[in-house]
Design a protein around this ligand. Structure first.
Ligand SMILES: *Cc1c(COP(=O)(O)O)cnc(C)c1O
Length: 342
């Protein structure tokens, strides 16, 4: 059966680097949304707990339930709960959604600093606080998200400046209202490494903990991005093997033709398991085996005779052969694939 290995040493190494940049473990909120970027939600949550991480970010209530015992505080990015969980804070993404939250829910206000995807604007901030008060929602923080922190442009600076204005305004409102100190955060992985420090109270680190932040030397000058190590590797087992004779073509459409007699093996992972089909005929495994022809639903052909092969051990490399990003390769990995911590 296809299976996934999660390298604990690499994961802790990545957390060491991140803790060095944020200057404290307590400033790290691990982003575990979407089955921990395909790594396995509970496995990664337990490793985070073992390392001493106290905060996590997830997508929805179901994920929050699964990991609530592992963390002190969890932020849910995009679900309005029927019954809030006590150690979970929920994101308010839109001023019009305030009335939908149960009274006394703990919330953080998502603000729009320039991405224009969701969140309230600076102009709406005062009204948002007032409506939250009316609804008895407990506002505990204010945050934003960067759209271009991983690109060489000035947008990152502009958004950070906008967020600074939002932060000052929110602090002013909180002071007037006698509210407890608010928590502020703006940085994802790219923004953390770009700044080289945690700019606010915490940072929401996703792709970097999994070791797949693209190490662009220009953008992350002087920071150790290139020493992050991928955590996930995908393995598959042989179903059958044969000699493909010179001139024979393999798989659907026969898009690969053997130029000489060659040993080939068929392995038990396919696009139904999340191995993106766009890597067909265009990827070489870490041991140097080539994907031959089209990836099928449940299997893939390689020029290998091994009983078991590592398909990829760096999602970014597989992504490059598919014209996509590591995030998509990782989150495509189906939940039912067995994950083992090694
Ligand atoms: C996914 C996500 C993150 C993490 O982003 P990375 O690039 O993986 O570090 C942070 N904040 C929000 C709001 C997100 O949706």
């Amino acid at each position: 059966m296809a299976h996934i290995n999660l390298n604990k040493k690499s994961f802790f190494h990545n957390l060491d680097i991140i803790a060095q940049v944020t200057s404290a473990k307590d400033k790290i909120a691990v982003v575990l949304k979407d089955n921990a970027y395909g790594h396995g939600l509970v496995q990664m949550a337990s490793l985070c707990q073992e390392y001493g991480i106290k905060k996590a970010v997830v997508r929805n209530q179901k994920e929050a339930y699964c990991v609530s015992e592992f963390f002190e505080t969890i932020l849910v990015l995009a679900e309005i709960p029927d019954t809030p969980i006590s150690n979970v804070v929920y994101t308010l993404n839109d001023i019009n959604a305030i009335k939908l939250f149960p009274k006394n829910t703990r919330v953080e206000i998502k603000t729009d600093s320039g991405m224009h995807r969701n969140g309230v604007s600076l102009d709406e901030l005062e009204k948002t606080f007032a409506l939250c008060k009316e609804r008895d929602l407990h506002v505990e923080g204010v945050f934003t998200h960067h759209r271009s922190a991983d690109e060489l442009s000035s947008e990152w600076f502009v958004q950070e400046q906008n967020f600074q204005k939002i932060k000052e305004k929110a602090q002013e409102i909180a002071k007037q209202e006698g509210m407890p100190t608010l928590r502020f955060h703006s940085q994802n992985s790219a923004a953390l490494f770009r700044a080289g420090e945690c700019l606010h109270d915490m940072t929401r680190v996703g792709i970097a903990i999994y070791g797949c932040l693209n190490p662009d030397e220009v953008i992350y000058k002087g920071v150790h991005v290139s020493s992050l190590q991928p955590v996930l590797s995908l393995y598959a087992s042989k179903i059958s093997s044969r000699i493909l004779k010179a001139g024979e073509r393999i798989g659907y459409g026969g898009i690969y033709t053997a130029t000489e007699d060659m040993q080939v093996g068929n392995y038990d992972v396919g696009y139904a398991d999340g191995l993106l089909r766009s890597g067909s005929n265009n990827f070489t495994s870490p041991q140097g085996y080539k994907i031959l022809g089209r990836i099928s639903m449940d299997n893939v052909n390689l020029d290998s005779a091994e009983e078991e092969v590592c398909i990829f051990d760096d999602a970014n490399k597989y992504a490059a052969s598919c014209g996509t990003i590591g995030y998509e390769v990782l989150t495509s990995m189906r939940e039912y694939i067995k994950r083992s911590i090694v």
